[in-house]
Design a protein around this ligand. Structure first.
Ligand code: ACM
Length: 392
């Protein structure tokens, strides 16, 4: 099952952690970047002497973008390998497949991916963005700069349906309209995306909001280009189109399209540059650095800090130490919110240039408290300067 640890020799006096990122399947590109972020953090922790003098040892698996494999491997890690802490998952279908076995066997899952919110588990720590940390900002930006007619397209699984529902709520609150909503099976052929573009043409939207994931993203953007749409007038906006998906696109296809995320490879801050340089040294110059990789990186550091305080990887004790933990992450300071096990993150929006590189066009300027149930968030709560719940 395990692909072994490239970072350490197994010893009894180490902290063994289970890693579940796909090297194959539809989301392999972005999950490979998440594995790269995870292993970089483990290298750094071990180079600094480990945690309480014990090295961190990764037991790495490849669940092949298949929710059933995530569940099976999570159970094997917890039961057969005796691991208590799991790090991994990209598609929400994979997280939802793992959580029942993580809960049943008393483990703790660190999940480093943006998701649809509306979830809480005492056995899960969420380090990707919740909708109040990306969707609300993206909706505000698109309504202000492009118009209020939205066409929604997603991959056919739980995250796209839920994320599109949340985006629809924000749009309708602003007297906008959803003029089309289409779902495409994972791995659909080029022709499926060509047909979607015909529906887009008929609906005449101002913006396309995409919740398509993984390798399918490149086919969606190619179909938009082939249909002759101009991304300056009708962009695709997304939360799931990262540097990894752009790396799968032909040159020029990505230009003008928009993504909201807490981190981009092109961020110019010293912390971001140091991280990107170290990531490329560790994982190869050509591996894209994504927001999901950054979350995978800082969540391992947060876990190590909590481990050092708790002195045990017993999930309840670790969770008690995680609440309120901060880390100077590549995106800026992040903090674990004790009340819901989600993370304070800094929203940003970027547009892709002609070379397929993200250029930040809007930055919240501060971290935003995670509100996974969108209890206090709607567009009216979001001030024009974008600042809200600033992290001091
Ligand atoms: C996702 O499925 N949470 C991207």
């Amino acid at each position: 099952m395990a692909r072994g640890s490239p970072t350490t020799e197994p010893t009894t006096a180490c902290w063994r952690v289970g890693i579940l990122f796909s090297a194959t399947g539809v989301t392999a590109a972005v999950e490979t970047s998440q594995l790269g972020g995870t292993l970089l953090a483990i290298d750094e922790i071990n180079a600094a002497g480990g945690v309480l003098g014990r090295r961190v040892e990764a037991v790495i698996t490849d669940p092949a973008s298949d929710p059933r494999a995530y569940r099976r491997l999570a159970e094997q890690l917890l039961v057969e390998e005796g691991v208590r802490l799991l790090f991994g998952g990209y598609m929400s279908s994979t997280r939802k497949a793992m959580l029942p076995v993580v809960e049943a066997h008393g483990g703790l899952l660190f999940y480093p991916t943006l998701y649809e919110g509306f979830e809480y588990s005492r056995h899960c720590v969420y380090t990707g963005a919740a909708p109040n940390q990306n969707s609300i900002q993206l909706a505000t930006y698109l309504l202000r700069h492009y118009g209020n007619r939205f066409f929604l397209i997603g991959s056919d699984y739980v995250y796209p349906y839920e994320s599109n529902r949340i985006m629809s709520d924000f749009v309708v609150q602003s007297r906008g309209r959803v003029v089309g909503e289409v779902y495409v099976p994972l791995g659909a052929p080029d022709s499926a995306f060509g047909e979607v573009m015909e529906r887009v043409r008929e609906a005449e939207p101002d913006v396309i909001f995409s919740t398509v994931v993984g390798a399918d993203t490149a086919r969606l953007y190619a179909a938009h280009h082939a249909a002759g749409f101009d991304s300056r007038r009708l962009p695709i906006a997304s939360l799931t189109t990262s540097e990894a998906e752009v790396s799968l696109m032909a040159r020029g296809i990505a230009a003008g399209h928009i993504t909201a995320a807490p981190f981009f490879e092109t961020l110019g801050t010293p912390a971001a540059r140091r991280f990107v340089a170290a990531f490329k040294r560790r994982n190869g110059m050509h591996m894209p650095v994504t927001a999901a990789a950054e979350a995978a990186y800082f969540q391992m550091h947060l876990a190590a800090a909590a481990l050092a305080r708790a002195g045990t990887d017993a999930p309840g004790d670790l969770l008690a130490q995680l609440g309120g933990c901060t880390f100077e992450a590549p995106q800026g300071r992040v903090r674990m919110e004790a009340s819901n096990h989600h993370t304070w993150l800094r929203p940003r929006i970027a547009r892709l240039d002609a070379d397929g590189r993200f250029k930040v066009v809007w930055d919240a300027g501060a971290s935003v408290k995670p509100d996974p149930y969108c209890v206090v968030q709607n567009l009216d709560d979001w001030p024009a300067d974008g600042r809200q719940f600033a992290l001091s």
